[in-house]
Design a protein around this ligand. Structure first.
Ligand code: EZ4
Ligand code: CO
Length: 403
């Protein structure tokens, strides 16, 4: 059996911060896990370094479930994004090790491929509707079958999801939180027009998605969902904050637009009622923020009982290590829906050489043993940590609001 001999945390900033756990074994085989929590990177690094790694040394790396239960059930302080990202990193690294020892790509250990490739959606955005539609056409020409549309809102200086760069969107853009401005009224007027015009230009064969980024009340979300119905969106994402899961009943009473939620969830308990009552259609929990492959499979199996499909978060703050692991999960899970995909910068790709690749609208994790993603530690060392925060959001009268 492979014994864990040590582990280390690598923090690197090739354009943005990433936290990576590397677990080593006495067989010379190591595994990697993503532990990046946007804007709180060092909290997870400390949790791992100071509190988790000392408990791992000497354990049998094959006992993935037992180590998961030790870190979750055994810790007394359960759940929370810092804890669950740390557990996720350990879990991902152990699956990587197990698959490398087996000599198989991870998806084979998860039951094998359920499909030929993983449908991904790209991010089209622009300062106004015309620019967003231009960007969407570009994605369509590259072969994307699903595209998220986010546009600047007339009257607002900045909007969630609108990037300065053509392809690379990075919301964590200040060494202290920048302030954005928000008006639900202006926003609710502009999104239906975006979708009406986009459907006209892009046609009916492409899936169109939209992220409301937790800015609406349930009744406002119901209204937006209803207004978008003629344009058949694939989903409306994060319509409202989900601490109050029962609030989604109100959305369901008003619209048939499919609902996706959960990129900020860290355990099955965050979505228990949402799934049980079939208040959502897609669950967005992903490997790094929801306890790793082990816990994500548990969520997906529970979701399958209630006709909920997966739609894993895949923004740039999820490292290539998370993306690789997510693709093995996506390829094998029966109730797969779609995978978010925002390309990383060339600097990030160079630090994390990977086997996954894009073709014809699909990503495939590749056939390398393990998760198929490595870290070049010498390259990583060239990019020291830089503090970076996500923005905060205020209403036009200065009231703090959801970002
Ligand atoms: O704002 O990943 O769907 N994607 C998103 C992202 C999130 C960031 C937060 O870390 O909502 O852009
Ligand atoms: Co989102």
């Amino acid at each position: 059996m492979p014994i864990i001999t040590g582990a280390k945390v690598v923090v690197t900033c090739p354009g943005r911060n990433f936290v990576t756990l590397k677990i080593e074994t006495d067989q010379g085989i190591y595994g990697l896990g993503d532990a990046t929590l946007n804007g709180r990177e060092l909290a997870v690094a400390s949790y791992l370094q100071d509190h988790v790694i000392p408990c791992l040394v000497g354990r049998d790396a094959h006992r993935i479930e037992d180590i998961w239960q030790f870190l979750y059930r055994g810790a007394y302080w359960r759940r929370g994004p810092v804890t669950m990202s740390a557990i996720a990193a350990v879990d991902t690294a152990l699956w990587d090790i197990k698959a490398k020892i087996a000599g198989l790509p991870l998806y084979q250990l998860l039951g094998g491929a359920s499909r030929q490739g993983v449908m991904v959606y790209g991010h089209a955005n622009g300062a106004d509707i015309d620019a967003t539609i231009d960007s969407a056409r570009d994605y369509q020409q590259q072969g994307y079958r699903a595209i998220r549309l986010q546009s600047g809102v007339p009257g607002l200086a900045s909007a969630y999801g609108v990037s300065k760069d053509k392809y690379f969107y990075e919301p964590a853009d200040g060494d202290l939180p920048r302030e954005n401005q928000w008006s639900t009224e202006r926003y609710l007027r502009s999104v239906p027009e975006l979708f009406e015009r986009a459907r006209g230009v892009l046609g009916n064969d492409v899936h169109l998605l939209h992220d409301a980024h937790h800015r609406l009340s349930p009744i406002e979300a119901g209204r937006l969902g209803r207004d978008l119905e003629p344009y058949r969106p694939f989903w409306l994402e994060d319509p409202t904050p989900a601490e109050n899961q029962a609030g989604f009943r109100i959305i369901r009473q008003h619209t048939t637009t499919p609902i996706a939620v959960g990129e900020v969830f860290n355990s099955i308990w965050d979505c228990k009622q949402l799934i049980e009552e079939q208040l959502i259609d897609y669950i967005r929990t992903t490997v790094v923020h929801a306890g790793g492959i082990t816990h994500l499979r548990r969520i997906a199996d529970f979701a399958a009982l209630h006709d909920v499909r997966t739609g894993c978060h895949g923004a740039t703050d999820l490292s290539p290590v998370c993306m690789g692991a997510a693709l093995h999960f996506d390829l094998s899970v029966p109730n797969f829906g779609v995978q978010e995909y925002m390309r990383h910068t060339p600097e990030t790709d160079a630090v994390f050489p990977h086997a996954y690749s894009f073709a014809d609208g699909y990503l495939h994790p590749g056939e390398e043993p393990g998760i198929g993603v490595d870290i070049d530690e010498a390259a990583a060392a060239k990019y020291p940590y830089r503090r970076a925060y996500l923005p905060v959001n205020r209403l036009e009268d200065g009231t703090m609001f959801n970002w």
